[in-house]
Design a protein around this ligand. Sequence first.
Ligand SMILES: Nc1ncnc2c1ncn2[C@@H]1O[C@H](COP(=O)(O)OP(=O)(O)OP(=O)(O)O)[C@@H](O)[C@H]1O
Length: 974
Amino acid sequence: MSESNNVVHQDANYDPDVFDPEGDVLTTDHLHAFMEEGRPMLNNYVRHVKVGGGQHGDVYLCHRINSKLPPSHPERRLPVAMKSVKRNNPRAEKMKMLQSHRMPTSAHVSLADKLNTTEAKIRKEIAIMKKLRHPHVVRLYEVIDDRMKEKIYMVMEYLGGGEVKWRDNHNNPVLTISQTRRIIRDAVLGLEYLHHQGIIHRDIKPANLLWTEDRRQVKIGDFGVSHFSYAQRLAAAGGKDDTHDANDPILLDDSNLSRRAGTPSFLAPEVIFEHTVGVPGSISSRNQSPSSSQTSSTASATIQPIPGALKRPEITKAIDVWALGVTLYCLLFGTTPFSTEQNEFALYDCICNDKWKLLPTMGYDQVPTGAPGVDAGTTGTSADASKGTSTSEDPAGIIDLLDHFLQKDARARITLDEVKLSQRYEWLLADLNNPEYWLRVTSPTKEKISVSRGEASDAMTKVVFQWRWGNRIARGVSSLFKGSARPTGAARGAHLTPNGTRAALGAPADSLGRSSRWNPRERVNSQASSSTAVLLGKTKGKDKGKAKDDSLRSKTPVPVQTPTPKPSKKALKDQEGQQQLPQRTLNGKASTMTSSSRVASGSSTATTNTNGMRSKPWWRELKYIITWSPKKFAPLPPEQEKQRQPSPHEKTPRHLALPPFHQPAHDPPSYHHHHHHHLPAPYTAPVSLGNSADATPTTLTLAGESGEPMLIMPPSTRRSEEALRMYGASSMMNAADSDADSSSGVGPGANPVLTAARRASSWGQDGDVKEEFELESVRSVGAELNELVMNVGAGGVQPEDQRPTAVGVVGGGVGAFGMLGVAGPGPSTMQHASSNARLTPILKPDAPMTDLERYGEPVIDDSSTIGSGRGGRSSGSSVEGDEGVRWRREDDEGTHEDERGYRRRTDNDDDHYHEEFSDDGEEDDDDDHSSEHVVTFSPRRRPTAAFDSPPGANDEVQIPPLEFKHQQQQAQHA
Ligand SMILES: Nc1ncnc2c1ncn2[C@@H]1O[C@H](COP(=O)(O)OP(=O)(O)OP(=O)(O)O)[C@@H](O)[C@H]1O
């Protein structure tokens, strides 16, 4: 095991960023397949274990061998995923032949028809993936397309963490809310990029979100049914045609957009529009028997829609947003929002007509949602959660966001811009150290870079009022809302419960028939009274009548010891931003840069901006109160000082100036990989504050919940800035970015470029290096830190009895310093380490578990892909396995030969299957992939020593240089 760990470690040491080749996707037109040391080798790729199988091909973990590097070089072998797809699927051909007998044949075969062949589909997938390069989108490196071979190979970035698993076999969620947030945030970024490229993914679902090996990031994969729209691309690029897409017939074929593709549970209502009650000619069974509308779904197959009776809504990128909403629901609740025991048609009925169900608790952390019928205070964990000890999540905010994702009318649905930029949905960014900065660097367009959250709210306001379909309903809703607060708590839950009132394809209505879409006017009102704040969903059910701020505070361990003014992280960051963005206000709140608010920047902290949106006062943002013993604060530059609005809470105005953006006055301790810093106890640290190098170091003391000392981190933020400096001059991710930097204010005239992974890590600017650093620091002050803490991350959850109790990492940095909370054990401590804990796959057991123990019975659900025959589904069929794959496992150690002639070995050490070839390098695939695939478990993608070496061999396989290999082969052939 230790031996294998070494090798694993070697592999794990590969910095994924290292393999981030510049330039276009490589296309290779020759394929050499041979065996090397008992392993198949395809060109310069050694093939290892199979990590997935789809309808059209299998995905293997491979190592790309760079034979120019010495065997010991860490970059010599880089993990990649290789998907092999048969050019022509004999089964599909047979089907086509059959069809051609039935259908009138034409000399002209439509492009759509051609695209129906497997090869055409893979070509489209390739054409789409070739365009993509983003940290949250699976990257295509190379296409091996040898006309003489029967397969096409796609070499992709390897995502070793596997698919996002979201439920156990009892349909309980397995991800915490904070993990969910990160997953969704990554997906939002990836999706935003796709849409900006003109691509509709069409199959967003948890199974198509893949974890990186360390489970720090999630990337969107599987573009098998994706669609490229040149029009959308043009629109996103502001009318500029900066690509040659116009020449690519594969990409430009629009005909298959009208085809239903995706995964049933994740289909947007507009895709299955004909199931909507009220649509003339609707095939919804409820049309036929309105009395039993909640349940019945029979006879639907016989009813045909009347073509053209009511125009089918346009299929747009909003279908991906819907699917992401369904995904969010899945992660939160462990089940799909619309479900039925019955057939697919019944499911479509639900999607089109039912309100999504609010369940009593959400997340693995079981945060009460305030749904009716649940006494949130009585269940154990729920009670804990609601005490605010284990989580500071704001359920109302999440529910509100979800509700806007799941708007049945695509035009009323929230947009990704709104999701990212609206202050209303701060939940999504809640754990980021510097949301403003994050927004800036993750924006895919120049235009968006200069858009502030305030401006986006304006845009959102417009969107709401431009909603024409059902305008009357909207007006009615507005008038209903006027002067009345929305139900809170349980009542709110009731609002979210399915009920008899439905507007056909309109905004979901609550029990009073009121739309759940919000009216910006109410937002204005919200400042006036706390009860109106409830209307905005800002208040948790538990804290009815209290404003969000209060409820938030009640959930966070804030020992308010002193009202001594101190700068919030936002204040700090704003000032930091001030170095680059002189137009920003300096009032210590999240800056809102609408043109009007800039003019009216006299508004003070914790008041409202011109959108009528309430800004959180900076001091409410802090999770811990800091007690300062400042010796000296460097003054702000005079012009900034003039602009600066003193906080109403400031008795004696004090200023804190940060070192200039690019020249930290205080040389931070190295925060390069794997450097650990041990801070001297007791809990104080000199921190240099001020904008000049000679600023006097200030001693900070942090206080914990009950006055216990908190640990201060040495300056550890600014990592992205650091990265920007390091990577600033390299190429841009896309053309739109290339001239973006000057306005974004990032970098001293340098392009704000990071390597793909660094550029837009949704973990914020302190993404990947700080964690160990922090955890080590905890050790240094003697806090108990066990494996569990290290292991709890975005990727999973701990067994209940093993949850760490000792340490909580406060996911914050306060300007120039991060901080770490160390609280004593007991009920008030955090249940799980926050996002900054080191993220490793947590399903790694100490003792081997059986698959049944670990995963339970294979989950049967309807999450397999339809369209293009993927996932082995056909319309109306009964559900199949999660991926269209059934599990099979031999328990005994030993070698088995399967029906495809593979020898398989099971190993007690891990639950991986070992696949070897019994003959030559090419696998002898059955063309029918849907029949049965051998298991691939989620954590099995982790390469292990056993995979890395052929059976019997212990150590590293020495791969001779490729050229040499080819010579050998040629010699043999001769
Ligand atoms: N880059 C990758 N890294 C690691 N695993 C991957 C990668 N790409 C795909 N996989 C795994 O292989 C499985 C099949 O891949 P993919 O979804 O691309 O194939 P498909 O033929 O489109 O499958 P489906 O029928 O499920 O749509 C995925 O579910 C995933 O678990």
